[in-house]
Design a protein around this ligand. Sequence first.
Ligand SMILES: [Zn+2]
Length: 286
Amino acid sequence: MPSAGAGGDRRKSGPVTYAMRCGARRGECGREVGENGRMSLFRDDGIVLRTQKLGEADRIITLLTRGHGRVRAVARGVRRTKSKFGARLEPFSHVDVQFFSRGSELVGRGLPLCTQGETIAPYGGGIVTDYGRYTAGTAMLETAERFTDHEGVLAVQQYLLLVGALRTLARGEHAPHLILDAFLLRSLAVNGYAPSFTDCARCGLDGPNRFFSVAAGGVVCGDCRVPGSVVPSAEAVGLLSALLTGDWETADSCEARHVREGSGLVSAYLHWHLERGLRSLRYVEK
Ligand SMILES: [Zn+2]
């Protein structure tokens, strides 16, 4: 997995330091040097990707944040039944969270502490009650985590894609598997693997082109076809193009067999670019 994204916008974030106590806005950073070295307090909003149990009452929370990329943090006491904070830190939730870390000293196994949080949008409510939405949403969270394999590296486009896709999914605006495929295609695109669905991915010959090859990066012409190329239906290729560009009118009216065919191509393309396949993708109903 290359760590650099399209356009080179995923750069190392600056030092994360205290800001909120003096009323700075979200995402801004200040700096405070205490007796024990640098104290850091920062605030950001993010989507909860995953939670893991830690000890008796704590959890490790993995978030994709707007201003700090992927962050793992310890939330203390959140598994107690009366913890309102814990109830906010569930997968799919869009939250505004405050983090605290103390220089290089071990705080909660070396991870920052997640100390306060407010819900911005509880997308989980509209997702976990429906099997199709839940499996599609789970695959989105896993994809977002896989495409942000280095913690603390900005991934603003990936973050915005995830927020938009979860909102659309929670509102039930389109079929869950279509929202998922659109999200997967756009995630590939913002990470530098934009597939071509019209012009030849190798020589640029004007489309439409008949052959499709994941290794070549999308559709290819007769001269550029490589072993293993397939000949998908024009409708399936048209659907993928519509999903990538946000043409929902075309996508929503696509026949089920072409939707299934398109999903197979998206899945093959995604697996080619991720080192390991997505565990959650196999549960998605097509
Ligand atoms: Zn060509």
